[in-house]
Design a protein around this ligand. Structure first.
Ligand code: MOS
Length: 763
């Protein structure tokens, strides 16, 4: 075992190498835009230079002169597509602002024309020669701009049903012995996956094939079919690998149906690779947020009152919010809780989910406020969390399915050397460097959705698993192979996994950290169906009751653990008894509490995720504790982060290697969200300024010398057959607060607006 492949503890699978490792490092892995098309036309987008107003006219004469130009599509000649329903309202689309319909401009960077040419270079050249006359209006950019419209999220956003509250916050806060009131801000961020937003399409008669990096092939297939007015069975989406997504490829963006309709009209395959800067506008982003947190407590640290109010930016077209109060109001034991979320509309593109969408900004606010409270109480911040730890969430009194928060703090603190911390701010230093230790809680809702799979087993033990899951670089192939191998009792090398294709049995959106729980639970169930057939073949029928026949050969998992059946099976003999060489099973699985229409919705690419704060009478979350050491130069105020440590408990760990890698990536994102990442806005034009990877800062190796991940054993019997909580988004929650708390400890200065940059440090 190595650092990269930690030895499994109780209730963990083996840290086998990635299923797709060789394909990835040898370049054999084909991404969507690598797929060969026959004689494609290359598309290049022309995007709006204004954020609000209208197009008066186009002058295409210079563009049309470029040799190789095939067509230029604008709102004046574009095919009319069917409107797409917004993702948050139960539809497929990332935005309802569908471009190329009218002359109106509603956001900077909106697609206003598509140039098609025989080569990419010709399309690009011509696109830059398109001349546009606009009538521009002054846009509203963000919170501080004139012309925003603010309204409560409740009632506007279908998914955001209620503002959690309990008890009497006002009285309790009034009477509290110790109080904290503070305001926090987080910036806009863009996902910037390495793989760009590409769309390649080819029609074969009435059938459309789309090669596009997607976190949800069934959603894209059905969404594009709706917009084109064709049967979803005529659409196939293929993407065996996705080069990073982080939420940006989860919902259908307007470009796909546009490119497909152009291809249909040209009777020619079309390939689009939007540029990095265009990607800032043609997909979604994490909107900027503001928060006010009020905490009231007794002198011993026990919380008596908690209020969290959040404000989030959205577009004029769509009411989008992440609404993280559903988490922050339930984190700690507190009898009097109040909350509200507001959506503030500006002239921007519609935001969307980005890694740990609600928790990254909202837990930053709560965990910073908890640190402020600990300081005021002269209390260790870990002890403050311990005093307020709970096994029941305070709003509805529901029990946690399991909650290992304090175990994570204790193991993390020990490994980090937290005991060496002097509680006094600005008390630790090393030469010119002020040293700070900070910590924070991390958590992420355990979520699951219905899925289907097909499993084929041959007499020689070779198996093939088919499920329309998604490999975003997370390890999906690997854990699905492990689930099947364990359940079928065959070596993992004999398992072939086929994913990333909407012709396969449906799987949910690879979002909300639900993939491993959903796909592995499903694959395990279908593997059990296979084993059942083999076992039954070996049993004389009359010796078994009907009830026993149903369960024979099925791995019993009373605790929800991913344990294989203990009953030995002579596979070869069973196949001989059946008189076949191959058996195949198909099955559909849904989590407890999934709505009645789950399977129908699943086949239509609609999202029916369950879990989190309301899961069959319980509350289901994974937990962790983040620790950060910072060094702040006392003269230059430069910030260094010599080490980050996270301790996590997330139910059954399928593979400690891929788990560690996910969590480590999360911690690095967390550092980025505290110190580096921010999309800068030009307030005059509502324009993203640093729309490239040179100016949009992300950490590089030199920023992250040491990242330690500790995986705790946890066994949760209540969540799903795989026993998996999911950890794709657990790592990067709370890291921003831990880091900013460390800055306070180092300098004595509290920075409540992210990112922390050296010019903000005055001490
Ligand atoms: Mo993730 S933001 O759930 O794709």
């Amino acid at each position: 075992m190595t650092t990269a492949a930690p030895a499994p503890k109780a209730n963990m699978g083996q840290p086998i190498p990635r299923y797709d490792a060789v394909a990835k490092v040898t370049g054999r892995a084909q991404y969507a835009s690598d797929m060969p098309l026959r004689d494609p036309a290359y598309a290049y987008l022309v995007t709006s230079a204004i954020a609000k107003g209208r197009i008066d006219s186009f002058d295409l004469s210079e563009a049309q002169k470029v040799r190789g130009v095939v067509d230029i599509v604008t709102h004046e000649n574009a095919e009319r597509l069917e409107p797409a329903k917004f993702f948050s309202d139960g539809g497929y689309a990332s935005t309802t602002n569908q471009p190329l319909r009218t002359a109106e401009i509603a956001e900077e960077g909106q697609i206003i024309a598509v140039v098609l040419a025989d080569t990419y270079e010709a399309a690009r050249e011509a696109a830059h020669r398109v001349k546009v006359s606009y009538t521009a209006a002054t846009p509203t950019t963000s919170f501080h701009s004139a012309g925003t419209i603010a309204a409560r999220a409740k009632g506007q956003v279908k998914r955001f049903k209620d503002d959690p509250k309990v008890g009497d916050f006002n009285t309790a806060f009034e009477e509290a012995e110790v109080k904290i009131t503070a305001e926090y801000e987080t910036p806009p961020q863009h996902h910037n996956p390495m793989e760009l937003f590409t769309t390649s399409v080819a029609w074969n008669g009435d059938s459309l094939t789309i090669y596009e990096p997607s976190q949800f092939v069934y959603g894209l297939k059905n969404g594009v079919a709706t917009q084109l007015g064709i049967d979803p069975d005529q659409v196939r989406v293929i993407n065996p690998y996705v080069g990073g997504a982080f939420g940006s490829k989860g919902s259908m963006t307007p470009r796909t149906a546009i490119i497909a309709s152009i291809s249909r009209r040209l009777r020619r395959p079309v390939k689009l690779v939007a540029t990095r800067d265009q990607g800032f506008n043609v997909s979604t982003y994490r909107a900027e947020t503001r928060h006010r947190v009020d905490l009231g407590a007794r002198r011993d640290g026990k919380l008596t009152a908690l209020r969290h109010e959040g404000w989030e930016i959205s577009s004029r077209a769509d009411a989008y919010c992440v609404g993280g109060t559903r988490t922050t109001t339930r984190m700690y034991d507190c009898p009097n809780v109040d909350s509200a979320v507001w959506i503030v509309r500006a002239d921007r593109n519609t935001p969307g989910f980005m890694r740990s969408p609600p928790e990254v900004p909202y837990m930053f606010a709560l965990e910073s406020a908890m640190d402020e409270l600990a300081h005021q109480l002269k209390m260790d911040p870990i002890e403050l969390r311990r005093v307020n730890d709970t096994t029941r969430e305070p709003i509805g009194g529901k029990p946690y399915t399991s909650r290992s928060l304090m175990a994570c703090f204790d193991e993390g603190a020990k490994a980090f050397g937290w005991a060496q911390r002097n509680r006094q701010p600005r008390s630790m230093s090393d030469g010119d460097w002020l040293i700070g230790y900070g910590c924070a809680t991390t958590c992420y809702p355990t979520q699951m959705a219905p899925a289907a799979a097909r499993v084929r087993l041959r007499h020689d033990g070779r198996a093939r698993v088919e499920i329309a899951g998604h490999e975003l670089g997370t390890g999906a192939y690997t854990v699905i192979a492990q689930a099947a191998a364990t359940r079928l009792d065959v070596p993992v090398e004999k398992v072939t996994v086929v994913i990333g294709d909407s012709d396969l049995p449906p799987a949910p959106v690879a979002g909300g950290s639900n993939s491993t729980a959903s796909t592995c639970s499903t694959v395990m169930m279908v593997c059990d169906q296979v084993r059942q057939r083999l076992f039954k073949a070996l049993m004389p029928n009359e010796s078994l009751s009907d009830k026993a026949k149903e369960t024979v050969g099925v791995g019993q998992t009373p605790s929800g653990r991913a344990a294989r059946s203990d009953q030995p099976l002579d596979r070869e003999k069973a196949f001989d008894a059946l008189g076949v060489n191959v058996i195949e099973e198909y099955g559909e699985w849904k989590p407890e509490g999934a709505p009645q229409d789950s399977f129908r919705a699943m086949h239509s690419g609609l999202v029916r995720i369950v879990g989190g704060p309301d899961f069959s009478g319980r509350i289901a979350y994974a937990f962790g504790a983040d620790f950060v050491e910072v060094r702040v130069n006392r003269f230059t105020h430069e910030v260094r982060v010599p080490r980050v440590l996270g301790a996590f408990a997330a139910g059954h760990i399928m593979n400690p290697r891929t788990a560690r890698s996910q969590l480590m990536g999360g911690l690095i994102w967390g550092v980025a969200s505290a110190l580096h990442e921010a999309t800068e806005l030009d307030e005059r034009y509502a324009r993203y300024v640093n729309d490239n990877l040179a100016d949009y800062l992300v950490p590089v190796n030199a920023d992250i010398p040491q990242v330690d991940v500790i995986l705790l054993s946890e066994d949760d019997a209540h969540i799903n057959p795989a026993g998996v909580k999911g950890l794709g988004e657990l790592g990067n929650v709370g890291t921003n607060a831990a880091l900013s708390n460390a800055i306070f400890h180092a300098t004595g200065q509290r920075i409540r607006t992210l990112p922390v940059r050296l010019e903000k440090i005055e001490a």
